[in-house]
Design a protein. Structure first.
Length: 129
C-alpha cells in the first residue's frame, strides 16, 4: 500500500528526463512550478487555438472572434489577457477612432511554436502506432 507520498525518486526522474531538463518538483511545490503553470495555461480550451491563429499573422480582436469558432467575447478577452500577461502575445493599440487593437505573437510566443510543433508531431506519431 502507498503511504501517500507521490514523489518519484529524483535519480529515476533525472534518468528519464535526461540532462538539462528540470527534475520533478515535490508535491507541495507542484502548483508553483512554472512548467506546471505553463502546461495548465496551454491546456485551456481556447489558448492553443488563439496561439495557432496568431502564428499565421497578427489579428484584430473581431477577426479572432470570427475565426475561433464558438468562443465567447468574454473568453476571448480573458484568453488574450492571460497570454499577454504571460508574454506570449503583444497588444498594439492604433490611434484611430475608434481605437484599433491588434494582437500578435511576441518573440516568446514564436519560441513556443517550436515545442508545440514537437508535441503535435508526438501526438500524430502516437495515433499512427
Amino acid at each position: 500500500m502507498s503511504d501517500g507520498n507521490t514523489d518519484v525518486p529524483r535519480h529515476i526522474v533525472s534518468e528519464a528526463l535526461g540532462p538539462g531538463l528540470p527534475a520533478l518538483v515535490p508535491a507541495g511545490e507542484y502548483e508553483a512550478c512554472p512548467v506546471t503553470q505553463t502546461l495548465q495555461m496551454l491546456g485551456d480550451k481556447w489558448t492553443l487555438l488563439v496561439v495557432m491563429m496568431l502564428a499565421e499573422r497578427p489579428h484584430r480582436y473581431n477577426e479572432l472572434r470570427r475565426r475561433v469558432e464558438g468562443i465567447s467575447q468574454r473568453m476571448l478577452t480573458r484568453t488574450l489577457r492571460v497570454l499577454e500577461e504571460d508574454g506570449i502575445v503583444t497588444r498594439t493599440v492604433f490611434p484611430t477612432v475608434p481605437p484599433g487593437v491588434e494582437y500578435a505573437l511576441s518573440d516568446r510566443g514564436r519560441d513556443l511554436l517550436v515545442p508545440l510543433a514537437g508535441l503535435a508531431d508526438w501526438v500524430v506519431r502516437g495515433q499512427a502506432a
